[in-house]
Design a protein around this ligand. Structure first.
Ligand SMILES: Nc1ncnc2c1ncn2[C@@H]1O[C@H](COP(=O)(O)OP(=O)(O)OP(=O)(O)O)[C@@H](O)[C@H]1O
Length: 456
């Protein structure tokens, strides 16, 4: 059994890679720092080192140089580090692998490294270099869109997210996707499915926030005609519909306690019964779920079952709010500009500096969905070559009355105040208020319930 050392400062990523390699019959050690790595290397008996090129106080190239010819090394690089990767190989690294990579790619590179005869410094074939150069060019342009998943992959801020998606996708782990409304939780779930071994099987999305609790079990498990009032025909539930594939439970935090129990039982037993039927049906589904609330807090409050939380959260992905994705805004805006130019038959080339100014200072409460809507509208209204400020909706141009002691106000207080203001402005019309807040009606209802606001 080959013994491999992974050198990576991102503990979660390292752990996931470690688990994956252990499952593939390797013995795996992990170091999060250069100093620890040096000790482990000194202890000896390693057949391979897989190292990140950049750790705090540690330069992977130094390690490559020190180990030249002794142990094969694979370096893991980001998009923009191809030059360093090539340098590492000239110095004696066996190969490099660009993040994000799939587990299969990693296994192939490891296999190559472990079976390579001479440990000579070498530079990879031109083809591979050309491929890397292309990756660099794409990364430098800041945008690339994954054709199979429709997920926009932007450099920097979301790079870790991409890596995690690629690593977790081919496993059967359940993934809890956490993020504000409109950040892209559902597209992320679809991307995981598309990159998984279940991709030829169904992807079924169930919006737990929108189903009344009396109907949830029928939505999950289906029913037989006549099993309750309103059951006018046999119905297949989401578990059966997703059998063999992936079931995406959106807004999972909204399930009632009783529905949580039913869900947990189905996940544990991997069997369901349609309501009104005694026949057990075996189900094999991978569960992805999403929440825009703090489920851990709900567990502490006792409103969400802890056992179910752990079942759903074998791995979690946090999708940052758009305002925190520094540097991504431009890439997303450019991507949507191109998309809507194509859809609407327009040729708008750019955004005016004033528009960028607004984009950069606005807080984007509706996140990527809101940005997408704003750009679609602006492209439609534009008669010139450039998107100008008059094509933006009024709320982006309003000066926000930020309370003086805003720092003392919690995000929850601020959100509550925004909801109440929007409802007042629209005479308590939920659809109009949701539009004003740039969220879906469903999200608005959820937030009203969550904060227990007396406005329904
Ligand atoms: N990374 C991305 N690349 C391309 N489009 C994206 C991305 N993230 C979000 N979008 C777009 O933004 C919109 C909202 O995404 P999505 O429905 O996945 O968000 P969500 O977090 O699930 O929202 P909600 O919590 O309100 O259900 C969609 O139209 C989606 O196509």
């Amino acid at each position: 059994m080959a013994r491999i050392l992974i050198i990576e400062d991102d503990a979660a990523f390292a752990q996931m890679l470690q688990k994956f390699l252990i499952r593939n019959n390797f013995e795996v050690l992990v170091s999060h720092t250069g100093a620890d790595a040096e000790n482990k290397i000194k202890e000896g008996n390693l057949q391979l080192v897989i190292t990140d090129l950049r750790l705090p106080n540690y330069d992977g190239l130094d390690l490559v140089s020190a180990l030249q010819g002794k142990i094969p090394i694979i370096v893991m690089t980001g998009y923009a580090e191809v030059a360093s990767a090539v340098k590492a190989m000239k110095m004696g690294a066996y190969d490099y692998i660009s993040k994000p990579f799939t587990p299969d790619q990693m296994l192939a590179v490891i296999d190559g490294a472990l079976h390579a005869k001479p440990l000579e410094p070498k530079v990879k074939s031109t083809d591979k270099n050309q491929e890397k150069e292309l990756q660099v060019q794409r990364a430098q342009q800041g945008v690339s869109s994954d054709k199979t998943t429709g997920l926009l992959l932007v450099s920097d801020a979301t790079q870790k997210l991409e890596e995690y998606i690629s690593l977790v996708a081919p496993t059967d782990m359940s993934v809890l996707i956490i993020g504000e409304s409109g950040t892209g939780k559902e597209v992320t779930a679809k991307a995981i499915h598309e990159k998984s071994l279940r991709k030829e099987q169904p992807f079924v999305a169930l919006d737990c926030g929108a189903i009344p609790k009396e109907l949830a079990s029928s939505e999950f498990f289906g029913h037989l005609k006549g099993s309750f009032t309103g059951a006018i025909a046999d119905k297949i539930g989401s578990f059966e519909a997703a059998n063999g594939g992936t079931l995406f439970l959106d807004e999972v935090g909204n399930l009632s306690y009783e529905n949580q129990m039913q869900l947990l039982r189905a996940l544990q037993e991997r069997k369901i019964k349609r309501i009104g039927s005694n026949k057990e049906i075996n189900v094999d589904v991978r569960i992805l779920s999403a929440t825009n609330e703090d489920l851990k807090a709900a567990v502490e409050k006792g409103t969400f079952r802890e056992d179910l939380y752990h079942r759903l959260n074998e791995f979690s992905l946090q999708i940052p709010a758009l305002k925190d994705r520094h540097g991504d805004l431009k890439a997303f805006a450019t991507y949507f500009l191109e998309k809507f130019n194509g859809k609407l038959g327009k040729q708008v080339a750019d955004f005016s500096p004033e528009v960028w100014n607004v984009f950069n200072t606005y807080t984007w409460p509706g996140n990527i969905r809101e940005l997408q809507n704003v750009i679609q509208r602006a492209v439609l209204l534009s008669t010139e070559n450039t998107i100008e400020i008059h094509t933006l909706p009024a709320e982006l141009l309003e000066k926000k009355d930020v309370p003086k002691d805003f720092g003392a106000l919690s995000k929850a207080d601020f959100e509550k105040e925004q909801i109440i203001n929007a409802l007042k402005k629209t005479n308590y019309n939920k659809s109009k208020a949701a539009k004003l807040l740039q969220v879906t009606r469903k999200t608005l209802y959820n937030r009203i319930n969550y904060y227990d606001l007396d406005v329904l």
